[in-house]
Write a protein that binds this ligand. Structure first.
Ligand code: NAP
Length: 312
């Protein structure tokens, strides 16, 4: 077996990456986790996590992720902040380039998760930080006693609306159909809430702003084609997610929506490279499924390294 810097390099510090790190470190593999921003991934932008077992009543997303991190570090996981630019498959050795610096390893686990989609409306990008946001927990408190809109009908949109109602004078939830995609319990809470108003069958046609920032939006009813202007000071976009896989698009097989093709065994088309959590094709995107993937990926890493050691 060739000399490498690490046995395993994990890319991404969300629940999948941290779990892979915990299991790999506990298996006494020399492991480095590289995170681009802050540890915790998408869960850091979640208010209350109600479906992670063991916490009746729920736990705040950032609090849970701090516990995950403490747990990994307990088993000796090394972490670093950096942007992974490239992964190269050199056969038994993989070359990972982080901020221009080369790291050699035997296994790479990709756990880069997803990022929120944009609406791609004219002015949307320019109004980020001046009314447009993709994260209610990050920016919600800036919108006290003003009307707020949440765009989307999934779990994220529902959770954001329920969180934002504590700040806004009212929350208008804009959904393109007449039925929400969100989990039933969230739907029930939304529909029972007097501070949340639904704009069904509607999309945002355009944004209205002045030199202070967002002041409103024009909604289009998809059934009647009717346009109406609604006054809002904040618009939280929660229309789904895109996988963070651009940096491996020339290396790994991706599905038509950009997710890394891999089965429940987390194996990709390249031996020694595994994909865990939301960045791979999955039927469910949850902390629990990401955690399961992380554990499986670490097991596959251990088996792969054992087979390399037997070869040499
Ligand atoms: P999602 O489930 O894909 O929902 C996206 C929503 O946005 C859908 O209602 C969709 O409408 C709408 N939408 C998509 N493109 C749109 C566009 N261009 N214009 C207007 N509306 C648009 O995304 P998500 O809510 O971010 O959730 C992502 C994943 O994370 C899901 O698997 C979700 O279950 C999971 N998640 C789980 C929890 C939890 O368990 N507590 C919390 C957050 C997220 P249609 O319904 O018509 O397609």
């Amino acid at each position: 077996m060739k000399q490498t810097d690490y046995d395993v390099v994990i890319i991404g510090g969300g629940p999948a990456g941290m779990t892979a790190g915990l299991y790999a470190s506990r298996a006494e593999l020399k492991t480095l986790l590289v995170e681009k921003m802050i540890m915790g991934g998408q869960v850091m932008t979640t208010t209350r996590v109600e479906n992670w077992p063991g916490y009746p009543g729920g736990i705040d997303g950032p609090e849970l992720m701090v516990k995950f991190q403490e747990h990994c570090v307990e088993f000796g996981l090394e972490t670093t902040t950096g942007d992974v630019e490239k992964i190269e498959d050199l056969g038994d050795t993989k070359r990972v380039v982080v901020d221009g610096k080369e790291i050699l390893c035997s296994v790479v686990i990709i756990a880069t998760g997803v990022v929120p989609k944009k609406l791609e409306l004219p002015g949307e990008r320019e109004l980020v930080g001046r009314g447009v946001s993709y994260c209610a927990t990050c920016d919600g408190a800036f919108f006290r006693n003003v009307p707020i809109a949440v765009i989307g009908g999934g779990d994220t949109a529902a959770e954001e609306a329920l969180f934002l109602k504590r700040f806004g004078s009212k929350v208008i939830m804009v959904h393109r159909r007449d039925q929400m995609r969100a989990t039933k319990i969230l739907q029930t809470r939304i529909l029972a809430d007097e501070k949340i108003e639904m704009a069904w069958d509607s999309v945002v046609d355009s944004l209205v702003s002045d030199n202070t920032g967002l002041t409103g939006m024009v909604l289009r009813n998809l059934k009647t084609n009717e346009l109406r202007e609604v006054e809002v000071a904040g618009m939280f976009v929660a229309v789904g997610v895109d996988p963070t896989t651009e940096f491996v698009k020339d290396l790994l097989e991706l599905d038509e929506t950009g997710y890394i093709k891999s089965g429940e065994d987390t194996c990709t088309n390249i031996p020694g490279i595994y994909a865990a959590g939301d960045c791979r094709t999955t039927i469910l995107k949850q902390i629990s499924t990401a955690v399961g993937d992380g554990a499986v990926a670490a097991l596959k890493a251990e088996q792969h390294i054992d087979s390399l050691r037997q070869k040499s």
